[in-house]
Design a protein around this ligand. Structure first.
Ligand SMILES: [Zn+2]
Length: 78
């Protein structure tokens, strides 16, 4: 789930968001893209993750590129 927010408090549980890395995956139907080392804000209580607009744009570019290549499974690191 990609969500964007600049708040430092988790809107779900009120926990503290901390910068960290996460793994993003997208199922495109004919192919699956896995992106590792994605920068995110992660809630230290419930583990919910937020990705910045800039990172989300980057992910979209990579996913679109993978779709064009038509590979079944693509695993990449950011
Ligand atoms: Zn939370």
């Amino acid at each position: 789930m990609i969500q964007t927010s600049e708040n430092t408090r988790c809107p779900l549980c009120g926990g503290q968001k901390k910068p960290g890395k996460t793994t993003f995956s997208a199922d495109l139907g004919s192919s699956v893209v896995v992106l590792r080392g994605v920068q995110a804000s992660i809630c230290d209580q419930c583990g919910e993750e937020w990705i910045s607009d800039k990172t989300a744009e980057r992910i979209e570019e990579i996913v679109n590129g993978a779709r064009d290549r038509n590979t079944q499974v693509e695993v990449m690191s950011m």
